[in-house]
Design a binder for this molecule. Structure first.
Ligand SMILES: [Zn+2]
Length: 96
């Protein structure tokens, strides 16, 4: 089960939080982080609109993570190919 964590937060004087949790007053730099927090830490008492915002934020986050994983996958594939080709050029030379 998800255990809510409430870190100590300090908002710099020249900065205004984009959103603030209506249940625990925690400040957030992005609306998405706020929506994810409310849906996870206050799931038992959040409104339907907040639950919908949480689902949307979760979908966004999942899509973004998938895109990141694909980029890492491709980068590792390219790096592997380059290393294998470089190895063949340097140490290749045939049997004869
Ligand atoms: Zn909160």
């Amino acid at each position: 089960m998800h255990q809510p964590v409430t870190p100590e937060t300090v908002v710099p004087a020249d900065e205004t939080p984009v959103a603030r949790c209506p249940y625990c007053e925690r400040p957030f730099r992005s609306q998405r982080a706020h929506d994810l927090h409310v849906g996870e830490d206050h799931a038992d008492r959040c409104t339907d609109a907040e639950a919908e915002a949480y689902d949307a934020a979760w979908d966004d986050e999942t899509d973004e993570l998938f895109g990141f994983h694909m980029k890492v996958f491709v980068a590792i594939g390219v790096l592997h190919t380059v290393i294998v080709l470089a190895y063949m050029v340097v140490f290749g030379g045939g049997v004869a």
